[in-house]
Design a protein around this ligand. Structure first.
Ligand SMILES: [Zn+2]
Ligand SMILES: [Zn+2]
Length: 120
């Protein structure tokens, strides 16, 4: 299944691919993950565990997870700053606690990565 998805991430007319799915995702022995990223290819984010009755909160969670996985796509790793969007979250508590933005360190790394890719 993952291999199949991975094969989808060979975009010829796009730089990266982002997939968003209602299905639960599993990876590397973890019982679930919010998303999986393939560095410099694309990512897949599941909203199966992000639901909330509060639509704004739900959309904010989706934005955070997509931004987080896209950070990995650009080669960023997890950030120790719990407010940074690149902080690892394995619970909704972590996701709700962190912000939607990159901290200044991750912003710098993102900038360098985009520069290396010739995007800026
Ligand atoms: Zn991550
Ligand atoms: Zn950070």
């Amino acid at each position: 299944m993952l291999q199949k998805l991975r094969n989808c991430f060979e975009p010829s007319d796009a730089l990266f691919a982002v997939a968003i799915t209602p299905y639960d995702l599993y990876s590397n022995g973890l019982n679930f993950v919010f998303g999986i990223a393939y560095p410099f290819k694309g990512c897949i984010v599941s909203y199966a565990r992000l639901y909330s009755d509060n639509e704004e909160l739900f959309l904010s969670r989706v934005r955070k997870e997509v931004t987080h996985e896209m950070g990995h796509v650009f080669g960023l790793s997890h950030c120790p700053n719990p407010k940074c969007v690149m902080h690892f979250s394995n619970s909704l508590y972590d996701t709700d606690y962190k912000g939607e933005k990159f901290c200044s360190n991750c912003k710098k790394k993102l900038y360098l990565s985009m520069k290396e890719l010739g995007l800026i």
